[in-house]
Design a binder for this molecule. Structure first.
Ligand code: 13P
Ligand code: SF4
Length: 345
């Protein structure tokens, strides 16, 4: 994805060719200077830039060596020999890179870049669940912090959650912390999702014990949004990320990880597409598929992903600042849970 150019002017021309439909020219001119300098410095330092699919178009299409969803970026972070790794994504993603490749310097170009899912659960919460349900395996979504991963048996992403649940061959599993992803996975794997009260016994049969976390972006899409768009744009293909509520997923045509949504649009001939996910991703898809009609609901944004800017990416590279550190004992246990996921393939 990274732009290869020898001057700022060449950088600008390449950016214009890719991005004229989604980024105003005045912005392209300013950002071309930043992009040129980031790519020059990246080469000089032998750095690797990873970019999540939610990065803004002028960053996504210009500086990352690799773009993708959480699963793809985790794999790349684990495999790379390049150093440092600049992670253009949110904190839990950069932490995952550090855990999987601990000898590398991992830089996050933001001060916080949190996630409402990651902050919805603590390591103490997971320990309490394990005490309450001894022997029941804990599956944690990758959108959690390192200490929560360290208390978990295995990690999953939106791209492999049902496969991870099925890989355990257990009737009862704990699935943390996204209530909607858990409900969507329960539906896919033929399980019942339960939230037992303090005195409740667990029901018999195949169950998922859930947690009431939610993504502050995806929880806000509604069936009514889908109904209205279908009325206005007959034939529209509706794509909902699996962090959306189950009724929204049921009203959609496709629900998978961000990268699979990208591929779906690339390969489908539908007359229109509606993406129920962070709006920047739709811009990135439009830049790549200028002849497709891609609709998005941009009043709902991820403030955490939007913290990552070209300015801060350049600063992180220049100053070697915003290093991600994970205490060794936590990293070792979290790595085990992540490697069990990666082994599933
Ligand atoms: P993906 O793993 O599908 O890219 O999702 C990450 C995320 O945070 C979605 O909100
Ligand atoms: Fe977290 Fe939701 Fe933002 Fe993804 S979109 S990083 S799940 S808050």
């Amino acid at each position: 994805m990274s732009i290869q150019a020898n001057t700022v002017q060449e950088t600008y021309i390449q950016m214009q060719a890719k991005l004229a439909k989604v980024v105003p020219d005045v912005e392209l001119r300013i950002k071309a200077e930043l992009v040129y300098e980031i790519n020059r410095l990246k080469k000089e330092r032998g750095a690797l830039i990873l970019g999540h699919n939610y990065m803004e178009p002028a960053l996504y299409h210009t500086v990352p060596d690799i773009v993708g969803d959480s699963l793809e970026l985790s794999r790349k972070a684990a495999e790379t020999h390049q150093d440092p790794i600049i992670f253009c994504g949110v904190r839990f993603m950069a932490e995952t890179a550090k855990i999987l490749n601990p000898s590398k310097t991992v830089l996050l170009p933001a001060k916080v870049a949190g996630c409402s899912l990651a902050s919805s659960i603590s390591a103490a919460d997971v320990r309490a669940l394990k005490t309450r349900y001894p022997g029941v395996p804990v599956i944690s979504y990758i959108n959690t912090y390192a200490d929560v991963k360290a208390e978990s048996d295995i990690i999953c992403t939106s791209g492999n959650a049902s496969r991870v649940v099925e890989s355990l061959s257990c009737d009862k599993v704990i699935f943390l912390p996204d209530q909607f992803l858990a409900a969507n996975v329960a539906h896919e794997t033929g399980r019942t999702i339960v939230y037992p009260g303090p005195q409740d016994e667990l029901p018999a049969g195949k169950i998922i014990i859930g947690w009431r976390g939610a993504c502050e972006v995806h929880e806000r899409f509604s069936v009514d949004d889908v109904v209205q768009i279908r009325k206005q744009f007959p034939g529209v293909a509706v794509l909902a990320h699996p962090e959306c509520p189950p009724d929204v997923v049921a009203a959609s045509d496709f629900s998978q990880s961000t990268s699979r949504m990208v591929s779906f649009v690339r390969e489908s001939h539908a007359p229109h597409f509606l993406l129920l996910t962070e709006c920047s991703m739709a811009d990135n898809i439009i830049a790549e598929n200028p002849n497709k009609d891609v609709l998005r609901l941009c009043s709902i944004r991820c403030p955490h992903m939007n913290e990552i800017t070209l300015e801060d990416t350049l600063h992180a590279l220049r100053a070697n600042e915003q290093k991600i550190e994970v205490p060794a004992d936590i990293a070792d246990r979290a790595r085990g849970a992540l490697q069990r996921m990666l082994a599933i393939g």
